[in-house]
Design a protein around this ligand. Structure first.
Ligand code: ZN
Ligand code: ZN
Length: 340
């Protein structure tokens, strides 16, 4: 079967190539990919800037589809079931985090798409423990966005929380930022979304999805410089893939406020560490998600409380992966999906 494969470590080395179909094993299913999202981290893998990827590896970790085959020991799933898979292809089951149910933090975790073969192809082998059945009312296409939805939910309802009425600044109007916006709004937060001048379209979408105010990054920097936006947000959420915004976040948050960081970046940041202490700040990281978060995501998307559909801007067959990746890189769209 054709697959988008990262062949070697370094910048580039991604090819559409033939790989053997995965064989079903006990406790696993073969999932026929129906839709798979391209993530910012896929671009980092393409350019060799991502930490800890293995090669050769079929890329793609945000995916949904239908069950093709079930292995021995799988009783609750059948061929034809519409399902979505978590990203945690392997976790050890023995460590403190696995035993605490936060297996997303397992140090031996292997993710689809960069730790083991992922979804930019026809068939993926998935262990039964991380499969969620899709209820009526969620298409497979929309279900490809349940992964980033779970990222946003884990950040803003588990690792951190937003109280009704709190002012929330979200930096980065990409898919994660737009999903954080919706989670923050559901929690009663009043959201200001920040993006660059060239993300005007995404900022317009942010308004449709509930942002009270949008700002360009220049407007934010100016507002911090003249004092009008300095220290004025209860919570600042960083959903941008560059490290330089961290200092901006520390300036924009109020004294004793919270900064939540979930932008995947390989860069190092340089910022005045003393701000964290002098402003009495809470800085919270958030990584990935686990079973209950996914179940919440499914129920919120099913009921229309979170709109993932409006985020899907482009779809490409995997044979056109290069165009699809370029579209993500250009930021002309929002979420770009691959289909088999
Ligand atoms: Zn992702
Ligand atoms: Zn573990």
């Amino acid at each position: 079967m054709k697959a988008v494969v990262k062949q070697r470590i370094g910048d580039g080395f991604v090819e559409l190539t033939d790989v053997p179909e995965p064989e079903v094993e006990p406790g696993t299913v073969i999932l026929a990919m129906g839709a798979a999202g391209i993530c910012g981290s896929d671009l980092q893998i393409l350019h060799g800037r991502f930490h800890g990827y293995v090669v050769p590896c079929v890329m793609g970790h945000e995916f949904a589809g239908t069950i093709e085959r079930v292995g021995p020991g799988v009783s609750n799933l059948s061929p034809g079931d519409r399902v979505v898979s978590e990203t945690h292809a392997y976790t050890c089951g023995e460590c403190f985090y696995c035993r605490s149910g936060v297996y997303n933090l397992c140090p031996k975790r292997k993710a689809f798409g960069y730790g083991t073969n992922g979804a930019f192809t026809r068939f993926v082998r998935v262990r039964k423990e991380i499969i969620h059945k899709l209820p009526e009312g969620i298409t497979v296409r929309d279900a490809a966005l349940l992964e980033p939805t779970s990222v946003a939910l884990n950040a803003l309802t588990r690792n951190s929380r937003i109280a009704p009425g709190e002012s929330v600044l979200i930096i980065g109007p990409g898919p994660i930022g737009l999903l954080c916006l919706q989670v923050a709004t559901l929690s009663g937060g009043r959201v200001t979304m920040v993006g660059t001048e060239r993300s005007r379209q995404r900022l317009a979408l942010a308004v449709r999805l509930g942002a009270e105010r949008v700002l360009t990054d220049t407007e934010l920097y100016d507002g911090i410089a003249d004092g009008s936006l300095k220290g004025s947000f209860d919570v600042v959420v960083i959903a941008a893939g560059n490290a330089s915004v961290f200092e901006t976040a520390l300036m924009a948050v109020r004294v004793a406020g919270k900064v939540v960081h979930l932008g995947e970046t390989a860069e190092n940041a340089s910022f005045p560490l003393s701000l964290i202490e002098r402003k009495n700040l809470t800085v919270q990281g958030s990584f990935s998600h686990n079973w209950p978060v996914w179940e919440n995501a499914i129920s919120l998307v099913k009921d229309g409380a979170i709109d993932v559909h409006s985020l899907i801007s482009h779809e490409y067959e995997i044979s056109r992966w290069r165009e699809a990746f370029e579209m993500v890189e250009s930021r002309a769209g929002v979420k770009v999906l691959m289909k088999p």
